[in-house]
Ligand binder design. Structure first.
Ligand code: ADP
Ligand code: MG
Length: 504
């Protein structure tokens, strides 16, 4: 099904140091907030932007004696995501406590899955260019709780804590270190976001922090990565640093670039990269140390005694698999193979699930290529210009489909169709009725066109002489006829008539 794609080997970004060339190796831990109205272990709301501490159940606030109860819907969302990444679903998984102290973590631990995650190995097909793709391996996806939020900028002497986010379900999606450059990293996150938005398992809103990534970066000499690939032995790779909590594709790329150059400078200076957690400062375009391995937390992971292991049945997984939506890769392949769209157009139309749905509503029962042209060039062009989306589009899929039908029937020309689109955009209405009531119908009545041609020839004898001597000038007559008929005459018919009447 994906044979329209050509898969490339990893394309490492090479950076020339002062002494030698270096290649980048990147692995991502993406935190995706599960699209769910309730939290992972409580019924409290996950609504964004609410009054601080208004969405907090007793168990989220770690009140004594409160017990977590797993939210089945969140588990189903993780399974859906796993299936979407063609990953192994583990029917037996378990929750562990990751212990650390932080003011926004009232429990004193985060419930996560270290030893037995719910989803195992999978893969993501990352689109590099139209028709060119790469596979990035997924190591695991586990379910865990989000922490709360400390607020330091409301008072000069005090900090505040908002627990609304505490206990919200996250999926942590861990990749293998298969990403080889900043653009690939951004394309990988974009693809994960796209797949989860199709699945409805995460809204992908990076601005609100609902999708964020910890980016692990190391550098190595050319050839080292291939030795790692053959042996899966990490000692062939360089020491990595982890850049925490990135929620912008642009900053992810800038941070990787900066971090790789920083590491190269250290190594070429005879030093060694220290494994540590770093933060990216977008104002300075730099990463800086947050904590080193020595100061790293000792999380003292252990199985959470309040929660039984999570056992799910294959039949339940199969039920979820049966109602999976068509995913972007499959949709794109279908658009290319069945509708004859170019790889590029199919990519544009499937980028956002809402756009794909809109296009399909326009294309249903119509010519796919023509529908794609109208949706991409006219509609998307206009929406972009005015800062709108298909959801806020003044022209609906049904209206656009109506325009295409009128062209297909020969009622209107492509040129008139653009005028009609303009009317629909500003005034709305039914396309067929507008064409009828405003007399926009293309003149296919040959008698009427012929009369117009005759009139213009009769009125311009000098032009007729010139055109007979130089056939290129016949275009002038065609233009005059189209003008006389208000652009409604069928241009092909006019061309032919003019040539015949001029005796060419
Ligand atoms: P930890 O548990 O210490 O965070 P993991 O083994 O879970 O370590 O790895 C975290 C992430 O770092 C994974 O995405 C992995 O692919 C990536 N990674 C591991 N080694 C390297 C490396 N040498 N260079 C770049 N990324 C790496
Ligand atoms: Mg990790």
């Amino acid at each position: 099904m994906l044979d329209h794609l050509s898969f490339t080997a990893p394309q490492p970004k090479t950076i020339a140091g002062a002494k030698q060339d270096w290649e980048l190796v990147i692995g991502l831990e993406v935190h995706a907030q599960v699209a769910s109205k309730a939290k992972l272990f409580s019924g409290a709301s996950t609504g964004f932007g609410a009054e601080p501490n208004s969405h907090v159940a007793f168990v989220d606030a770690a009140m004594p004696g409160m017990l977590p109860v797993i939210n089945e819907f969140c588990v189903a969302q993780a399974v859906r995501t796993g299936l979407g990444l063609k990953a192994a679903i583990n029917l037996w998984s378990a929750f562990d406590r990751k212990n650390y102290f932080y003011p926004d973590l009232p429990q004193g631990y985060q419930i996560s899955q270290l030893y037995h995650p719910i989803v195992g190995e999978g893969e993501v097909i990352v689109d590099m260019a139209p028709g060119v793709a790469r596979r990035v391996r997924i190591e695991r996806i586990h379910l865990e709780q989000d922490a709360g939020k400390s607020i330091h900028d409301m008072d000069p002497n005090m900090s505040f804590v908002d627990l609304n986010r505490t206990g919200v379900a996250l999926m942590e999606i861990v990749s293998r270190p298969d990403i080889r450059g900043p653009e690939e990293a951004a394309a990988y996150v974009a693809k994960l976001r796209q797949i989860m938005r199709y699945l409805g398992t995460c809204d992908g809103n990076m601005q609100n922090g609902n999708l964020r990534a910890d980016v692990n970066v190391s550098v190595c000499a050319p050839g080292a990565y291939e030795r790692y690939q053959e042996t899966q032995d990490f000692s062939h790779l360089g020491t990595r640093c982890e850049i925490k909590n990135m929620n912008s594709l642009r900053f992810i790329q800038a941070a990787i670039e900066y971090e790789a150059r920083r590491q190269i400078a250290i190594i070429e200076d005879g030093g060694a990269v220290v494994q540590e957690t770093r933060l990216y400062d977008p104002d300075r375009g730099e990463t800086r140390s947050m904590r080193s391995k020595e100061e790293a937390h000792d999380y003292r992971y252990f199985p959470d005694p309040d929660l039984l292991p999570l056992e799910i049945e294959q039949a339940w997984v199969d039920d979820i698999a049966r109602v999976m939506p068509e995913l972007p890769d499959e949709k794109k392949a279908r658009f290319v193979q069945e509708l004859g769209l170019s790889e590029y157009d199919a990519g544009v139309l499937t980028a956002e699930v809402e756009n794909a749905d809109f296009f399909e509503a326009v294309a249903r029962g119509r010519d796919g290529k023509q529908a794609a042209n109208w949706v991409i060039n006219e509609l998307f062009g206009r929406l972009n210009k005015e800062g709108l989306t298909v959801e806020t589009s003044p022209v609906s899929a049904a209206q656009l489909g109506g325009v295409i039908d009128l062209i297909a029937k020969g009622d209107i020309s492509g040129k008139i169709a653009k005028d009609l689109f303009e009317i629909l955009w500003t005034e709305g209405g039914d396309p067929a009725q507008i064409v009828e009531s405003r007399g926009m119908k293309q003149v296919t009545d040959m008698g009427a066109i012929e009369k117009a041609v005759d009139d213009i020839i009769a009125a311009n004898p000098a032009q007729v002489e010139k055109a007979r001597a130089n056939p290129k000038l016949a275009g002038w007559f065609v233009g005059q006829v189209l003008k006389a008929t208000g652009g409604k005459a069928n241009p092909a018919a006019v061309n032919e008539l003019v040539a015949r009447k001029l005796g060419m």
